[in-house]
Design a protein. Structure first.
Length: 562
C-alpha cells in the first residue's frame, strides 16, 4: 500500500517490518498504533528559565501539541537553546547572542532531519529565537508554522508604564543624580512584571511582526500578549494549521518569497522597528535563497512612512497596539494604500489579502498609529548609509530624531566596555562622535548590541547631542543619532579601523552618508599599513563563529543558500 502523501519523510521511520525497533521506541514516548499512520510534527520549544521572554513557552508547546492532535497529526516536543539579550547586555556574555541564532537554526535543522519530521512548529520568544527558527524552516523546507511567545505587559511605576529600557536608561539618570537610590530600585523592581518579550517595538516584537507580514505565522498572533487567552488559542490553531499545510504541500519556500520579504520590510518601517530587522531579514532571505540587499530597505523606506508611535522613540508598547487592532489593523492600512503585496501566500493556505478580510481594522480615533496623511515621518525610519567610513553600508534609525546631522571630533574606543566607562566618568561631551570598533561579527566576535552605551547617553542627557558609530549592533531599545552594522568591519580592514582620536567625522542621514574628513589617499595609505589585531577568541563557539561569519551586509551568517 502506498504511504499517504502527508508522511513523505516519517514513513522511513514508521513503515514496514524493518522499522519495528523504531516504532518500539516511539511507543515508549507515547505513540499508539493509530499514530504511525499520521504525519509526525516536530514542535521546537525555546523554553528556559533564562529569560522572561521564554519562561512560559513550555506551556505553549503543550497547547500546540493539542492543536496538532486536533488536526489529525501526532507531535513530538523538543528543546533548543535561548540566551537572554537583556541579561547579558553590556557584558562579555552579549558576544554569544547573535551566535545563538546560528545554533538555534542548526539544532532545529538537526533534530527535524534526524527524526524525519513531516512538519514543524517552532515557538520563539527572545530576539534571536525568531530568525533562528525561520532560518531552520528555510533550510528544512518542510511545512512549517512559527508561533511568537508574545509580548510582556508593561510594568507600573508612579502611575507610568515602565519596561526594560526604562531601567537601562535609569542607569545614566541615577549616575548623573537625576534619580534617587530608592527611585532607581523601584524602576528595577517594576520593569518586568511577568512572562513575555520586551514590550516596545524592540527586536522581538519587530521580528514577530515581520514574520506575520511575511506569512509564516498566523494572522493577528504577533501582537497578542504572552500571558493571554489569545496566545493559547494561537498555539492550538498553529498546531492544526501545520497539518493542513502538509496536506496541501505548502512549504516555506512557497511563502518566503521576495514579495513576502518586501511586505515584512514595509511593516517594519511603518512600526518604527528595530535596526536588527535588517540583519535578520537578510539572513533569513539568504537562507531561503531570496536576493535581499541593503538597497531594498532604502528603496522601500522611500515610499513607506513611519506611522506608529511606539517605544523606544515613541510612547506606546505592543500591548497598546494589540488593543486597537494589532498588526492586522496596520497591514490593512498598507494594503489599501498598495504599500504591500496582498497576493502573497501564508501559513493559512490563503493569501495575505484573504486573511485580512476577517479583521475590522484599527479602532477609530486611536492615537497610536497615525494615518497616511499625517505620518510621524514621511519616509521609513530605518536608513542605509554609505560613505568613506562604510563602503559596503551601515544602518541608522531616525525615528524620534530632531537632528539628523552631526559633525564632530571622533572619540575612539576599541570595545563597548571602554566606551561605557568613559560615558559614566563624564569624558564624553556634547558634539562628540563616539566610534566603537572591533565589535563586528568577527572582531567582537559576535557583533554585540550597544544598549548599555546608548541608554547611558540618553540617561546622561546626551542622546541628542552625541553621535555614535560602530561595527557592532544596537538593541531594538536603542534610539538616538546612532549608526551600526558598519561594513567592512574594523577587524577585516574596514576604514573604521584607521580613524584617530579627534579627527572630524560626519553623520548625515539626509544624504545617507557617514564619513571621516580625510582624503581618499590618506585613507588608502593608512589601510595599506593596517594590520588586523589577533582574534579575541581562539577556541570554542565564538572562534568558530568568527571564522565562518559573513559580513553584516550579508546577514552575519555562517550558512546560506547560494
Amino acid at each position: 500500500m502506498k504511504p499517504p502523501q502527508q508522511k513523505l519523510r516519517s514513513k522511513m521511520i514508521t513503515e514496514g517490518d524493518m522499522r519495528a525497533p523504531n516504532r518500539a521506541m516511539l511507543r515508549a514516548v507515547g505513540f499508539r498504533d493509530e499514530d504511525f499512520s499520521k504525519p509526525i510534527i516536530g514542535i521546537a520549544s525555546t523554553w528556559s528559565e533564562i529569560t522572561p521572554c521564554n519562561m512560559h513557552i513550555d506551556k505553549l508547546a503543550v497547547k500546540t501539541k493539542e492543536g496538532v492532535r486536533q488536526g489529525g497529526g501526532v507531535s513530538q516536543i523538543f528543546g533548543t537553546i535561548t540566551v537572554s539579550d537583556g541579561i547579558s547586555m553590556g557584558t562579555e556574555g552579549m558576544k554569544y547572542s547573535l551566535v545563538s541564532r546560528e545554533v538555534i537554526a542548526d539544532s532545529i535543522e538537526l533534530v527535524s532531519n534526524a527524526q524525519r519530521f513531516d512538519g514543524l512548529v517552532a515557538i520563539g520568544g527572545c530576539d534571536k529565537n525568531m530568525p533562528g527558527c525561520l532560518m531552520a524552516m528555510a533550510r528544512l523546507n518542510i511545512p512549517s508554522v512559527f508561533i511568537y511567545g508574545g509580548t510582556i505587559l508593561p510594568g507600573q511605576y508612579q502611575g507610568h508604564d515602565v519596561d526594560i529600557v526604562s531601567i537601562f536608561e535609569a542607569v545614566g539618570q541615577y549616575n548623573s543624580g537625576r534619580l534617587t537610590k530608592n527611585q532607581f530600585k523601584e524602576i528595577e523592581c517594576h520593569a518586568c512584571p511577568g512572562a513575555g518579550s520586551c514590550g516596545g517595538m524592540y527586536t522581538a516584537n519587530t521580528m514577530a511582526s515581520a514574520i506575520e507580514a511575511m506569512g509564516m505565522s498566523l494572522p493577528g498572533s504577533s501582537s497578542h500578549a504572552a500571558e493571554s487567552p489569545e496566545k493559547i488559542l494561537d498555539c492550538i490553531q498553529a498546531g492544526d494549521a501545520v497539518t493542513k499545510l502538509i496536506a496541501k504541500g505548502i512549504t516555506p519556500s512557497k511563502i518566503m518569497t521576495k514579495k513576502a520579504f518586501e511586505n515584512a520590510i514595509s511593516l517594519v518601517m511603518v512600526l518604527g522597528g528595530s535596526t536588527n530587522a535588517v540583519l535578520h531579514l537578510i539572513a533569513m532571505a539568504r537562507t531561503v535563497g531570496v536576493d535581499l540587499t541593503l538597497e531594498d530597505f532604502n528603496r522601500i523606506g522611500k515610499k513607506v512612512p513611519h506611522l506608529a508611535d511606539l517605544k523606544p522613540s515613541g510612547k506606546f508598547v505592543m500591548n497598546d497596539l494589540n488593543q486597537i487592532g494589532g498588526v492586522p489593523g496596520v497591514l490593512k492600512i498598507l494594503l489599501k494604500a498598495k504599500l504591500i503585496h496582498g497576493d502573497t501566500l501564508t501559513v493559512t493556505g490563503k493569501t495575505l489579502e484573504e486573511n485580512l478580510k476577517k479583521f475590522p481594522g484599527l479602532t477609530p480615533d486611536q492615537e497610536i498609529v497615525r494615518n497616511l496623511k499625517n505620518p510621524l515621518h514621511k519616509t521609513g525610519p530605518i536608513v542605509i548609509l554609505k560613505g568613506n567610513l562604510a563602503p559596503e553600508g551601515a544602518v541608522a534609525k531616525i525615528s524620534g530624531l530632531e537632528n539628523t546631522f552631526i559633525t564632530g571630533p571622533a572619540q575612539i574606543f576599541d570595545s563597548e566596555e571602554k566606551c561605557l566607562e568613559a560615558i559614566l566618568e563624564n569624558k564624553i561631551k556634547k558634539g562628540d562622535i563616539i566610534i566603537i570598533r572591533y565589535e563586528g561579527p568577527k572582531g567582537g566576535p559576535g557583533m554585540r548590541e550597544m544598549l548599555a552605551v546608548t541608554s547611558a547617553l540618553i540617561g546622561k542627557g546626551l542622546g541628542k547631542e552625541v553621535g555614535l558609530i560602530t561595527d557592532g549592533r544596537f538593541s531594538g531599545g536603542t534610539h538616538g543619532l546612532v549608526v551600526g552594522h558598519v561594513a567592512p568591519e574594523a577587524q577585516c580592514g574596514g576604514p573604521l579601523a584607521i580613524v584617530k582620536n579627534g579627527e572630524m567625522v560626519t553623520i548625515d542621514v539626509e544624504r545617507k552618508e557617514i564619513r571621516v574628513h580625510l582624503t581618499d589617499k590618506e585613507i588608502q595609505d593608512r589601510l595599506k599599513r593596517f594590520k588586523a589585531p589577533p582574534l579575541k577568541c581562539t577556541s570554542g563557539v565564538l572562534y568558530k563563529f568568527a571564522m565562518q561569519a559573513s559580513s553584516a551586509t550579508q546577514g552575519a551568517l555562517t550558512h546560506w543558500k547560494e
